[in-house]
Ligand binder design. Structure first.
Ligand SMILES: [Zn+2]
Length: 398
């Protein structure tokens, strides 16, 4: 490991990734894992040492702090947890002075088209047996590095409110964030990918649980009597348009996804995700689902559709305050980064905050290929992310 020219934010990052904060989907508590507490406590201590104000660790594991400055206050968020989709630790970070080609790891390799942009930089990976956790410890490291620098120049920037939230990967990132107490009219999540990524548009999302009621009877004696809920559920899944599935769509196309089917002859339950970049598109997908069900499950009242969750497109909140994105663009340009704007085929904490009317675009962290053992981060991109946070705070203060 060559450490001599490692950017400061990357040094922080290397410390944070060694705390395993993998979210546990089977745990209903907040935070869902002990490691998240541990990291939260480390951050509280570091924030205190650097002189941040109003530091708080809520009983649900949300870290809050203030960097005093001018009006208005602007927020920055990152999440404490890492994804349960790949082994979460222990993370053994490796540093590579990257010269091109694929990176061979002790157990695996990293081969990605965006690596070509990292030639001459320091690439950080895991050893291939776990994820790296740049999602989202890179976001935390960027905000912490920025906080330290902003505290040294109190009058030259807006007041900054920091929130580190637990269990974003479980869709619970903002469940315990008191938006009123957070007290900002604009915020940014630092939870994006490669250098320059700036995201202010995401899916409208609706999650449905469909319950189909069947009728059981002895199979030898079922003629004209049995209604097999399992078969009806299967019919529904296969009747969805093949051109509107996650596996057949990209870019700005929405989809309908059957995420799970559980059931028996008497009752089948389907978890179905609807996603679209327009609210009308989402409503159309909802009516399509209802129409298909009505055609397949002939007996009225023998099925029901419940909404179990979802989020809004953050574009709605951003449209009311376009300056939020404009200042992010300007900040990137000031630190020599070309903004790379694209819609997110998913949701973020910002999408949850859009419900509360808070505009909250997403900034790059320098991490790529999240939720996988081949996740990687460019140390210099991470430092640029910290620079962008500092510069956004300055621009809001002007
Ligand atoms: Zn994330």
């Amino acid at each position: 490991m060559k450490m001599k020219n490692l950017p400061r934010a990357a040094e922080r990052f290397l410390r944070y990734v060694q705390i395993n904060t993998q979210a546990d989907p089977l745990c209903a508590e907040s935070p869902s894992s002990k490691g998240q507490w541990k990291l939260a406590q480390v951050l509280v201590e570091e924030l205190a040492q650097m002189g941040a104000r109003d530091i708080e660790l809520t009983p649900q594991g949300v870290v809050l702090a203030t960097i005093p400055g001018r009006e208005p206050a602007v927020g920055f968020l990152a999440h404490l947890d890492t994804s349960p989709a790949a082994p979460g630790g222990p993370v053994k970070p490796l540093l590579h002075e990257y010269q091109g080609g694929k990176i061979i790891l002790p157990s695996g390799e990293v081969d990605h088209p965006l690596l070509a942009k990292a030639v001459g930089c320091t690439v950080i990976t895991s050893d291939g047996s776990t994820l790296l956790g740049a999602d989202d410890k890179a976001g935390i490291a960027a905000i912490m590095d920025a906080a330290q620098r902003l505290l040294a120049e109190p009058e030259a920037h807006a007041t900054v409110r920091i929130a580190f939230t637990p269990d974003e990967e479980l869709g619970r990132g903002t469940d315990h964030l008191d938006v009123v107490k957070f007290g900002v009219s604009a915020a940014y999540t630092v939870d994006g990918g490669a250098l320059g990524e700036l995201e202010w548009e995401n899916f409208y999302a609706q999650n449905l649980r469909i319950v189909i009621q069947g009728k059981s009877s002895h199979t030898g004696d079922a003629k004209g009597r049995m209604v097999n809920a399992v078969r009806l559920a299967g019919n529904f899944a296969s009747s969805l348009p093949a051109v509107a599935l996650p596996e057949t769509t990209a870019g700005r196309e929405g989809f309908i996804h059957v995420d799970s089917i559980r059931g028996s002859v008497e009752k089948a339950e389907l978890e179905v995700l609807l996603r679209d970049f327009s609210s009308q598109g989402l409503a159309q997908k909802r009516s399509l689902v209802e129409n298909l069900l009505a055609g397949i499950v002939s007996e009225p009242g023998s099925y029901r559709v419940e909404e179990t969750g979802g989020y809004l497109n953050m574009k709605e909140a951003v449209a009311k305050n376009p300056q939020v994105v404009e200042l992010a663009r300007q900040a990137m340009k000031r630190v020599g980064v070309v903004p790379w704007e694209k819609p997110i085929r998913g949701g973020t904490d910002g999408a949850m905050l859009a419900k509360a009317g808070l505009p909250c675009p997403n900034l790059f962290t320098g991490g790529v290929d999240p939720h996988s053992r081949s996740e990687w981060l460019v140390a210099q991109w991470l430092q640029r992310a910290a620079d962008v946070v500092v510069t956004i705070a300055r621009l809001w203060g002007e």
